[in-house]
Design a binder for this molecule. Structure first.
Ligand SMILES: Cc1cc2nc3c(=O)[nH]c(=O)nc-3n(C[C@H](O)[C@H](O)[C@H](O)COP(=O)(O)O)c2cc1C
Length: 213
């Protein structure tokens, strides 16, 4: 039995969003193929994902300076939730992200999730004199990114603008998750006449991955 974590990085639903449609296709096909897997889902726009704010930074400083007893109740609540999110991320064998491209990045709650759950010293990486140490490597973990974008950037002179998936892949690799696959429904606004074909092709890839994941 594998632990699968779905991360919905979109405020909309499958009626309005292609990336959510891809997520739901993955979830449905995965359930058919692997009914015994342990599934958890985070809805980044509806679940509590604390931002790194003044309270969180204050709590971290108090921990680091031996003043943990001075942490306020509100600071403690935020830091405890971040720890819970990080533990859930660390425990997952397969992590599936779904997010749209917004202004060449992912929505801000995806960044909030990276900050809260993925880049956590002591849980996902450690500092060392020889550089950072990835704590999730060689554990057979994998990740899949499902992304929709208005323009088609891959393989074009604008490929450098694929920041969003490169950022997420970079963070996954940094913590040791090297098996990262991307399914991109690219160009849905740029090529309106091909939109349905682009979505169908992406959904077929999603189904194939869900059968293999
Ligand atoms: C706020 C916003 C910003 C966007 N920025 C970009 C962009 O930088 N590049 C791009 O190719 N498409 C951009 N788009 C188009 C979306 O990527 C496209 O509509 C895609 O289908 C969104 O995914 P979704 O269908 O899951 O919502 C943007 C759309 C929105 C709403």
């Amino acid at each position: 039995m594998s632990k699968v974590l779905f991360i919905k990085g979109h405020p909309g639903n499958s009626q309005t969003s292609i990336s959510v449609q891809m997520l739901e296709r993955f979830q449905a096909d995965h359930k058919k193929n692997y009914p015994n897997d342990k599934i958890e889902t985070i809805d980044l726009y509806n679940d509590n994902i604390p931002l790194i704010d003044a309270e969180v930074m204050s709590a971290w400083t108090k921990f680091q300076t031996g003043k943990a007893t001075e942490i306020t109740a509100s600071e403690e609540t935020k830091v405890a939730r971040m720890n819970q999110l990080a533990d859930q991320f660390v425990a997952a064998d397969t992590i599936i992200f779904a997010a749209p491209m917004w202004n060449f990045g992912y929505p801000p709650m995806v960044k909030a999730y990276m900050d809260a759950a993925m880049m956590v010293a002591g849980k996902t990486f450690n500092y060392s004199p020889n550089g950072p140490i990835a704590l999730l490597k060689d554990l057979g973990k994998k990740a899949i990114i499902l992304e929709a974008s208005g323009s088609h950037l891959t393989g074009t002179p604008n490929e450098a603008y694929t920041h969003a998936s490169n950022h997420l892949k970079g963070i996954l690799n940094f913590v040791g998750i090297m098996d990262v696959q991307l399914v991109a429904a690219e160009g849905v606004s740029q090529f309106p006449d091909k939109k349905n074909a682009i979505i169908s092709a992406a959904l077929e890839k999603v189904s194939n991955l869900a059968a293999a994941a």
